[in-house]
Design a protein around this ligand. Sequence first.
Ligand SMILES: Cc1ncc(COP(=O)(O)O)c(C=O)c1O
Length: 409
Amino acid sequence: MNATIEKEKTMTQIKVPLLDLKKQYRRIRREVQREIRKVLESQELILGPEVKRFEEETASFCEVSHAVGVASGTDALLLSLMALDVGNGDRVVTSPYTFFATGGCISRLGAIPVFVDIEPRTCNLDPDRLEQVMKKLSGKNKRPTVLMPVHLYGQMADMAALMPIARRYGMRVVEDAAQAIGARENSFRHGRGREAIAGAVGDLGCFSFYPTKNLGGVGEGGMVITDDAALAEKIRILRNHGMNPRYHHRMIGINSRLDSLEAAVLRIKLRNLRRWTEERRENAARYRALFKEEDLWPPQVSLPEERKGAYHIYNQFVIRAENRDALRDHLSRKGIGTEIYYPVPLHLQECYQTLGYREGSFPEAEKAARETLALPIFPELTERQQRCVVKAIKEFFTTESTEPTEKKI
Ligand SMILES: Cc1ncc(COP(=O)(O)O)c(C=O)c1O
């Protein structure tokens, strides 16, 4: 008996970080060091052959014709909007529940973000609400020209429903696939009858290689993918100060070149990406089984839902709980890392007060901001660590459910 209690105790006491990048690095260390050395020896540090190869390999991975390496996911979005000539006073529709960069890029061009609430099951832009907003705006001169859906946490937004709405209202589509490289949707065929792949459905798709992403670099990096040769060429020019040929500037661009060291490391990681994604998915499946086993799901928490036909890549495994903040504090005391993506929706950010939205404008995004909690899901997470996470959550709800009774007494 004592031994069991002792075992239970140690189970809930090992530390579990939200993400352990050192473990991933150890799997590929030798290869990474060799390739970095090669780049250093070559002294071709910006763009160059490594970037070109990485672009070709990413295009092939996503089954598109063109990929353009840029300096960050933020720049991938910014350059995509620039390539579509988005500017002063233009309107771009997107989700209010995303990382700030999605909205920030729109505003930096003098354009105006038009937010549409999310569907609560996936936290992605809700196609029904989009249709309602577009109906309201049609006929007015405020019609948005671009739709920017976000594939939050690694699951594609409902592109089968969103694309026809975008086309009906004449909107170009830029996918914010920063968190979703490799995500797919096999129930939705598009283009040449192929399976929908994150980033490859709209006119342009954007990835981030920020180190916490499934394909994370050793610094900043991003990529734009497209099947449109003219757009790809424009982005290539825009990422290098609008220069073509050398020192002749056809348009006003920015400095957003991907560097060769980054590309060399990302090429190694890209070769491992399918396996690492599968490991994340296995971890997600194990969480589901463990939460069920402990009778936590339902009712105490809800787990991320996969839409039918969706291949979720689990950049984040985000649960929802009404008493999220107390749960997070409890897990933190147990040495378990979690994060809130995101505590404040974009329409309630201080810098967006001028847009005229207020509390209550997007109830689903606001509710998500109060309830979401990301748990550790990285590929190298062990079963023991996962059991610890779930045990600690169980402990929280067990003590919590006894607290009100004690208070009543
Ligand atoms: C949804 C979303 N969009 C855009 C970005 C911006 O990417 P980056 O950090 O590479 O600029 C991120 C990355 O954090 C993101 O999660």
